[in-house]
Design a protein around this ligand. Structure first.
Ligand code: DAT
Length: 174
């Protein structure tokens, strides 16, 4: 189905540390699309039901997040950045990018962030089990899901270039 919005919406998902935020920033710089970091939005608008002591993060209120974003997403032109993807309406997205990182690389990135050991372990296990890839494949049409490596700066540049090219093709098809 061709979406009626004037610009597409892209979801960039993946385990924490795989490079979502950095990649989204570069995509938005290159394309003029709007970066929506769900973690920041949850904090700013208090779209949560409290703090999870064990995992050092807010317990996100998914319904509130979706309500808050509905009008923005209907307008199009957004790059959404979040480490989950099964609670967004499927109709929101034209492209879903899942970033993947090798375990040791990911472990080192999360250590540098000073994550607690249980949080590093949980995230690396999530990556090993390919949980976000599975979630994306269960939640969206296979044709719009792209699983891309994000180990090196070259990977990141290539992922940004691919997305810029995808956007140009989307616009040409309108
Ligand atoms: P996320 O938003 O998925 O949690 P991030 O963008 O904050 O990840 O990146 C975490 C750190 O890793 C940050 O210091 C940038 C670095 N990084 C991310 N992707 C990378 C890549 N493909 N190559 C090299 N460094 C990367």
């Amino acid at each position: 189905m061709t979406p009626s919005r004037g610009a597409p919406n892209v979801l960039v998902t993946g385990t924490p540390g795989t490079g979502k935020t950095t990649t989204c920033e570069l995509i938005c710089q290159a394309t003029g699309l709007r970066h929506i970091n769900i973690g920041d939005l949850v904090k700013e608008q208090e779209l949560h039901s409290g703090w999870d002591e064990e995992f050092d993060c807010f317990v996100i209120d998914e319904d509130k997040v979706c309500d808050s974003l509905e009008a923005t997403m209907a307008a199009g032109g957004n790059v959404v950045d979040y480490h989950g993807c099964d609670f967004f309406p499927e109709r929101w997205f034209d492209l879903v990018i899942v970033l993947q990182t090798d375990n040791t690389v990911l472990w080192n990135r999360l250590e540098k962030r000073n994550y607690k050991m249980n949080k590093i372990q949980e995230n690396v296990e999530c990556e090993i089990m390919q949980m976000i890839v599975e979630e994306a494949r269960e939640s969206y049409q296979p044709g719009i899901v792209q699983v891309l490596p994000s180990n090196t700066v070259e990977d990141m540049e290539s992922n940004v270039d691919r997305t810029v090219a995808w956007l140009a093709a989307w616009r040409a098809g309108q």
